[in-house]
Design a protein around this ligand. Structure first.
Ligand code: ZN
Length: 84
């Protein structure tokens, strides 16, 4: 009998089942598979959050803030020159 890896093996399901019983396994382990996928997704989100991926716009906000501060400084210089 040919054993095949579960479709959720990459998500962490270690089960190998006969090909004919694969759909049966998917049915009986549906909630288990959902939990595995959910936990994997949370881990990926945590990794992305720690690495500060480009999707995280907090760094972008900081950059915009410092840019506007620089612009404000330029403005002050210009007005000081004007009012001399
Ligand atoms: Zn499975």
């Amino acid at each position: 009998m040919e054993l095949v890896a579960c479709a959720y093996a990459s998500a962490g399901c270690p089960d190998r089942v006969p090909r004919s019983q694969l759909s049966l396994h998917n049915e009986s382990h549906a909630s288990h598979h959902l939990q595995l996928v959910w936990e994997k997704m949370l881990k990926i989100q945590q990794i992305q959050g720690a690495a500060g991926c480009p999707g995280d716009d907090s760094q972008l906000m900081e950059r915009k803030e410092s840019e506007s501060l620089v612009m404000l400084g330029h403005h002050e210089n210009v007005s000081k020159v004007r009012f001399k």
